[in-house]
Design a protein around this ligand. Sequence first.
Ligand code: ADP
Ligand code: MG
Length: 331
Amino acid sequence: EAAINRIAAGEVVERPASAVKELVENALDAGARRIEVAQAEGGKTLIRVTDDGCGIPAGDLPLALARHATSKIDGSDLLNIHSFGFRGEALPSLGAVGRLTITSRAAGGEGARITVSGGQMGQVTPAALSRGTVVELRDLFYATPARLKFLRSDRAEAQAIADVIKRLAMAEPFVGFTLRDVSGGGEGRVTFRADAETGDLFDALHRRLGRVLGHEFAENALPIEATREEITLTGYAALPTYSRGSSVAQYLFVNGRPVRDKLLIGALRGAYADFLSRDRHPAAVLFVDCDPHLVDVNVHPAKAEVRFRAPGVVRGLIVSALRHALAEAGH
Ligand code: ADP
Ligand code: MG
């Protein structure tokens, strides 16, 4: 069992940033409005995610750590996936590759804690907590030194964690995010912070993108809103004159999930083909939303790729919506 968990864990948890992604997505699934992430030594020695979400009842803590136990799907409809999690793999995987402690308190219940280390689950014990969940992962890959060796510098791993947080922060403007570096102990140092936005979605998203990508992006971004055959596209796309130098600012989401998908990237490039030379990349933050039955997100455990039922419709939607917005802006 422990060996199987460790092998499977490698697919879900490649590096500290992938652990952070799974934990923050769990917090979002739990309806958190504030999420605080702390990391030490690039997440190698400590990752801690604190949320104010629904919590886990004490009696369910061992279940949350059991492989393929998920509270988010009943198994009858694998395609109808609305939340981030659906495999029930993240927590058991993390418990197999590090020292994992979950402290949680659900509404109407008492706080409780459970620890898993090297796949060995401890007892549930009472713990003080006002609400929500704190997941702490220490000494990632301590039991698999071969994997530890493949991690990059603390600085590079910390950067990858910040990228994950920023990507999720773009998709969730109404949720507040704080990232701290606690390598030196104590409260540490805040390295990224975006308070929960309020008001209309487009305004909130615009302010959040200014916060995450910088005010120059926000000032040069055109709002995008279009629908075709029940697939909607929303977000902001930058004017072709906006340039981030050599860095690529393309953030694509399908049903709220960050993806790096060839079809979507190709459509984005296609929309700007007449305005940008091959060596320059259009900058955009785009959300494709559709009925879960129209897209398969179950392609890879890292969930970065998707497969659309009607790829031509999605491509056409993106190209025409962006070209229309650019034309309106005088291009
Ligand atoms: P999945 O997210 O695919 O369901 P996980 O292994 O990530 O699987 O989590 C297992 C279960 O633990 C979840 O289905 C959920 O019920 C519970 N859980 C995990 N993290 C949290 C959290 N931050 N708040 C509330 N419940 C959580
Ligand atoms: Mg999960």
